[in-house]
Design a protein around this ligand. Structure first.
Ligand SMILES: Cc1cc2nc3c(=O)[nH]c(=O)nc-3n(C[C@H](O)[C@H](O)[C@H](O)COP(=O)(O)OP(=O)(O)OC[C@H]3O[C@@H](n4cnc5c(N)ncnc54)[C@H](O)[C@@H]3O)c2cc1C
Length: 447
């Protein structure tokens, strides 16, 4: 499979490693050096359309690339950068770890027939003054840009001593497969410990529960702090069937075979999984000098434009918009990443025409949580994501959650066919308390 630059001047063929395996394999990301070298896009300076580079081909990055390429026409050339040739369905990594076969989604399929240039590489550094992305492959030419969309996602915070050495973290398909292999090796009756009682920890612990192993969940505070009492009670009941939950038990240290809690007590653990919260740990934004929060997430205004660099936008987990939704932090989720990507792209398109960027208005309706394959929780929430008493549980909730997971890929397919089609629920015109006025868009001259 190849994608070619039709403009001729900088004709580049991008090779994908198209995977035909039924499940993720650790070989997917192994691109021979010879193939990597030809992956950079160079454009003759001073000519041609504006150059838009999208970093990261996750949910947000793929949607942004499809919308930008589909709507910009000959005003822009869009390049998507990612070290993998497949979309990692991050929301299914716990299923992969639990032994289910999750078919990878080749980017070549998601992006087919769209004028998107794909650089199969990692963005190693950004030179924001000169508008260049440095790629990771040795000898790769820097990738020039006029407009940048940062959609490089997030990863798990390391949290406490011993996490890196002795705990599994679902940072990607390789990590999920390592956890899967570790689970296959443990003896009958083994204890698997999941540290972290947020939504990811809950999905993981319930998915890993099996008759031949006990799953113990340790939470630093209450179980599912973002859930209603009704929701929490249902989750606690499901977890109790496959093991136990120990609430208000912050972990102090993880060692091979045991875990020390903050109160000094020690618990045995055959396999330990850390799910202690996401961070914007990708160092790219901080190292480049973009405005970031303490965890390294890029700070954007209500129009999703960087607080420090007006030709850089952010979408998905990588970006934090502190003033959106009346100052309530947006959940790191697909339900946030896809709307952010759509909105950031629309503002980049506006900027190409010198139109003003619009602030994003967003609202939530539900949180959907899988509890293994046969149970689930659909938690009703208000516009700002606060839980309401109403919940739906059991098999219908599990089916609904599965539909939601599939709908992420349907959204991308729809956007490919009908650029601009993805819409999302708009919130009220909330004030943006911590927000400075949105910077007026400006055209960036081509060097
Ligand atoms: C186990 C698990 C279960 C989850 N379940 C749910 C759920 O049920 N519902 C929900 O809404 N959310 C869920 N989430 C959260 C959800 O996965 C994220 O919020 C979502 O993936 C964010 O999308 P994104 O596009 O911002 O980032 P990602 O999907 O993480 O994509 C980021 C992309 O950036 C690429 N990248 C990173 N660094 C670079 C670089 N330097 N150069 C180039 N590319 C780079 C990565 O390869 C990746 O392709 C779950 C997460 C986990 C881990």
């Amino acid at each position: 499979m190849s994608i070619e630059d039709e403009t001729g001047a900088a004709r580049v063929t991008v090779k994908y490693v198209v995977t035909r395996q039924p499940a993720f394999s650790s070989e997917i990301a192994q691109i021979p050096d010879a193939d990597r070298k030809g992956l950079t896009m160079a454009r003759t300076p001073g000519t041609g359309p504006q150059r838009i580079v999208v970093l990261g081909a996750g949910y947000a990055g793929v949607l942004a690339a499809l919308r930008l390429a589909g709507k910009a026409g000959d005003r822009a050339r869009v390049t998507l950068v990612d070290p993998r040739g497949v979309l990692v369905e991050r929301i299914r990594l716990h299923q992969l770890a639990a032994g289910q076969d999750i078919a990878p989604v080749p980017l070549a399929h998601l992006l087919r027939d769209r004028p998107i240039h794909f650089a199969l590489d990692r963005a190693a550094a950004l030179d924001l003054d000169r508008g260049r992305v440095m790629l990771g492959a040795p000898g790769a030419e820097p990738l020039p840009f006029d407009w940048l969309v940062n959609a490089t996602g997030s990863t798990f915070a390391a949290g406490v001593p011993g996490v890196e050495e002795h705990a599994h973290r679902l940072t990607g398909p390789d990590a999920a497969l390592r956890l899967r292999a570790a689970l296959e090796d443990v003896p009958e009756g083994a204890t698997v410990t999941v540290c972290g009682g947020g939504l990811t920890g809950i999905e993981l612990a319930t998915e890993l529960a099996a008759p031949h192993r006990r799953v113990r969940m340790l939470t630093g505070g209450p179980l599912g702090p973002g859930l209603s009492e009704q929701g929490r009670a249902h989750v606690a009941g499901v977890l109790a069937r496959g093991g136990e939950v120990v609430e208000h038990a912050p972990v102090a240290r993880i060692e091979r075979g045991w875990i020390e809690l903050a109160d000094g007590s020690v618990l045995p653990s055959d396999v330990t999984v850390w799910a202690g919260g996401f961070t914007g740990a990708n160092p790219l934004a901080r190292e480049a000098g973009l405005a970031v929060d303490a965890s390294g997430r890029m700070l954007v205004d209500a129009s999703l434009r960087s607080r420090s660099h007006p030709n850089v936008f952010g979408a998905g987990d990588a970006a934090l918009a502190p003033g959106l939704n009346g100052g309530v932090k947006l959940r790191m989720a697909c339900a946030t990443a896809l709307p952010m990507a759509a909105h950031a792209s629309d503002n980049v398109l506006a900027a190409l025409d010198g139109r003003e960027a619009k602030p994003m208005r967003h609202r939530y309706y539900v949180q959907c949580i899988s509890l293994g394959r046969g149970d689930g929780l659909v938690q009703r929430v208000d516009a700002l994501d606060a839980p309401l008493p109403k919940v739906h549980t059991g098999r219908p909730a599990a089916r609904f959650k599965e539909l939601i997971c599939r709908s992420t890929l349907w959204s991308l397919a729809l956007e490919r066919r009908m650029p601009g089609a993805l819409t999302y629920p708009k919130g009220p015109h909330a004030p943006y308390p911590s927000e400075e006025p949105t910077a007026r868009s400006r055209k960036v001259p081509i060097a």
